[in-house]
Design a protein around this ligand. Structure first.
Ligand SMILES: Nc1ncnc2c1ncn2[C@@H]1O[C@H](COP(=O)(O)OP(=O)(O)OP(=O)(O)O)[C@@H](O)[C@H]1O
Length: 715
């Protein structure tokens, strides 16, 4: 049968932009043995092995298969030595000593994330403060910290640790701390000079998350101030395989460095013809791989979201069950943000012998992570992107084409521990039409948290030194929203943060939810609101079961509140907190133990902050109307009114939507007015987590909003 793939001829670096290598100091790899043989080259993804591979072959690494047991100290050391970055260690450290800011580009898998922090540690940079390494996502911060702790032969949390929101795995001994960019940003609120740190490495800079973009400005400012105050300098290292180095170079006023060399080659295959159904094309490709490659070549497939992933996982498992099928002997692992953390980490374990691991992931696995065993990547070329509309104040979720940079990042997930292949279910011609870089998040996000955090740091967002300035419309919308929450006073000559706003910033959650906590005691429902916000901050607490759908629905129905989803969540969580044998109880009730336990930990932390702020910790008992009224204090923009055609119309933004099928109201009762946690605008618009409210409450609780809104109040 003819393969529908053809080999491309493009180099990833050329696709990023013609000026990509302007002003870059190439760092040639020093091969073991001393002299630089000058052979190191950028891998061309046309199946030709990079010269660097020869070294790996010599070290026996090309043949390396992930061993099911833990790698030995010697194996780890050999792997470290074989990484291209290791050959540049001396030069790199010289540069770091010479300059305060360094931009480093290097191929995916060359060792930037795992090795550079260790070079710094070994060179003594951890003595005058911690070495911080930021990641755009929790899963990468955790898995990389684990790997580096293993390489350093230490317990995770001692010399090497990690901190992500609501989870701190560090001790006073920690010198190398991996963290999410969001955490470092919060940390800067406590100390804008970031004195706990001697070096900050902002990794995966191309991802351009809002937090990383804000951190660029924050670290620049901290560097300047530390210099003025004669404090120890703050070293800043920005790393990526696919960043726009000219743009970054201009912003930081430095030249970039390019680390040459790649560990293992990745062959890239494109679909010969355009595919009308990328899911079908992906499955067919998987079958081809399964038929034609050894079973220990694991496969990573990039899809767009939870539903798509679960549907395909189900499909593959079902096909695999039929003994006659050609796809027997596979283990399927989903990987997406809403999945509980322990489930996310399962795919990082080796597959059982003779079984092929198939990981179905969203873009969460696109950068930074190494999933051991992956030799093949199937890239469907799409991503689900959240886009904020300042005009409506709503987020829209859209499935869109990935950027070229993302395509190369995805490709880089193969060839981490052996040579690999990337199958693109789109044509080479189609790829040329993809945008070069994804639009930075800051240009398409709700900026409320950012504006508030920066104001707390003393910066007005409108004057802040951004790498790319966010749209004025989005900034205005954020200032307006924060003003309506009472977090800021937006008066000339510049906006100021209020006492309430400062308190809101103490909670590591969205301002509208911190407002709920700061006003709950006035409604006498602090205990309840702490629980509710904690559950809302954690991932899905319900377990859905395809085989036992009815049983699960019956179990969940026991907790239903006639008032809606928020109080139902509260019922579940309150029952959980009173339970002793939580595992058994969660199992019987189709609830997720891990996520509920996480919510319990979050609640503790929120309670700590609330006590610190001297907020009265009171309870409303059974008077749940107080909880519903209090919800209005933060979510007053999220009210919708029932229309004659059974759709709802949001009061702010005037969007038509239906109640999400997961709601307790779905298919049953339609209240006239509801308050929702979130509206998701896709092909179908859905309101998620809804609670019935009485229109009279709006005037009582948020009179300013009632005045502006069009809610009909019968008096
Ligand atoms: N958790 C892990 N398990 C096994 N091997 C790993 C792990 N993490 C890293 N490695 C090995 O170390 C190599 C370097 O990984 P590292 O994340 O440092 O590269 P990188 O240059 O930062 O890549 P990227 O730009 O894709 O983030 C990988 O190619 C892989 O061989």
């Amino acid at each position: 049968m003819e393969s529908k793939y053809t080999l491309p001829s493009k180099s990833p670096l050329k696709t990023i932009g013609p000026n990509i290598r302007n002003g870059i100091i190439p760092l040639k790899r020093k091969l073991p043995g001393g002299e630089n043989n000058g052979n190191a080259k950028i891998l061309k993804p046309n199946g030709v092995a990079a010269p660097a591979l020869a070294t790996n072959k010599a070290n026996g690494h090309q043949q390396h298969q992930p061993s099911p047991s833990k790698p030995s100290k010697m194996q780890l050391e050999q792997q470290r030595q074989a990484l291209p970055v290791t050959g540049c260690k001396k030069r790199l450290l010289e540069e770091i000593h010479k300059t305060d800011t360094l931009l480093i580009m290097g191929e995916t898998g060359s060792g930037k994330t795992t090795q550079i922090p260790q070079f710094l540690l070994e060179a003594g940079f951890g003595k005058k403060g911690m070495i911080a390494v930021t990641q755009p996502r929790r899963v990468s911060a955790i898995t990389i910290a684990k790997r580096v702790a293993q390489e350093q032969q230490c317990q995770l949390g001692e010399l090497v640790g990690y901190t992500v929101r609501f989870e701190d795995c560090t001790t006073p001994k920690t010198r190398l701390r991996f963290m999410t960019d969001g955490f470092l940003l919060r940390d800067s609120l406590a100390d804008s000079l970031l004195r706990n740190y001697s070096v900050i490495m902002l990794d995966e800079a191309h991802e351009r998350t809002v937090s990383t973009d804000v951190l660029f400005g924050v670290v620049k400012m901290a560097q300047r101030k530390r210099k003025l105050l004669n404090l120890d300098p703050l070293k800043v290292i920005v790393t990526s395989a696919t960043m726009d180095i000219d743009h970054f170079g201009q912003y930081f006023g430095v030249k970039g460095m390019y680390l040459e060399g790649r560990t293992h080659p990745v062959r890239v295959m494109h679909a010969k013809e355009s595919q009308s159904d990328y899911l079908h094309a992906t499955l067919v490709t998987l079958f081809e791989i399964h038929r034609n490659t050894p079973s220990n070549h694991d496969v990573l497939i990039f899809l767009t979201g939870q539903e798509e992933i679960e549907a395909m996982a189900q499909q593959i498992r079902q096909i695999a069950k039929t003994n006659l099928s050609s796809i027997a002997g596979v283990r399927v692992f989903p990987l997406y943000a809403q999945l509980p953390q322990n489930k996310q980490l399962e795919c990082f374990l080796p597959a059982p012998p003779n079984a092929r691991k198939i990981v179905l992931a969203t873009n969460i696995a696109e950068t930074s992570v190494t999933i051991p065993g992956i030799r093949c990547v199937i890239d469907a070329g799409f991503v689900k992107r959240r886009i904020y509309s300042p005009a409506t104040g709503l987020d829209i979720l859209r499935v869109v084409r990935i950027s070229q940079a993302q395509a190369w990042q995805r490709c880089g997930r193969a060839g981490r521990d052996a040579p690999g292949t990337c199958y693109r279910t789109y044509t080479e011609q189609e790829m040329k039409s993809f945008e070069k870089m994804p639009t930075p998040e800051i240009l398409r996000s709700n900026l409320c948290s950012t504006v508030l955090q920066l104001l707390a740091l003393g910066f007005d967002c409108k004057r802040f030194e951004f790498l790319d300035k966010p749209p004025a419309e989005a900034l205005d919308a954020a200032y307006k929203k924060l003003e309506s929450l009472g977090a800021i006073q937006n008066v000339a000559p510049k906006p100021t943060i209020t006492v309430l706003g400062r308190k809101m910033n103490r909670f590591p959650i969205d301002p509208q939810y911190s407002k709920l906590l700061l006003t709950a005691s006035q409604f006498g429902c602090m205990e309840e609101m702490l629980s509710l916000v904690a559950v809302l901050s954690s991932e899905n607490i319900y377990v859905s079961s395809v085989e036992k759908r009815e049983q699960a629905a019956l179990a969940h129905a026991k907790f239903h509140s006639k008032h809606g989803d928020h109080l139902t969540l509260l019922n579940v969580f309150s029952a959980f907190l009173k339970t002793e044998k939580i595992k058994l109880w969660c199992h019987d009730n189709f609830l997720n133990t891990r996520n509920l336990s996480y919510a319990r930990d979050v609640r503790k932390q929120l309670l700590d902050i609330a006590e610190h702020l001297n907020l009265p910790i009171n309870s409303c008992g059974d008077n749940f109307d107080q909880v519903r009224k209090c919800l209005l204090m933060g979510l007053f923009d999220n009210i919708a009114e029932l229309q004659r055609d059974n759709f709802y119309l949001t009061i702010t933004g005037r969007q038509r939507a239906k109640i999400h099928p997961s709601s307790v109201f779905h298919g049953k009762y339609r209240p006239e007015y509801i308050l929702f946690s979130e509206i998701v605008l896709t092909e179908k618009n859905f309101l998620r987590q809804v609670t019935e409210i009485s229109p009279e409450w709006v005037a009582e609780v948020v009179p300013n909003f009632a005045h502006l809104s069009r809610i009909k109040v019968s008096t």
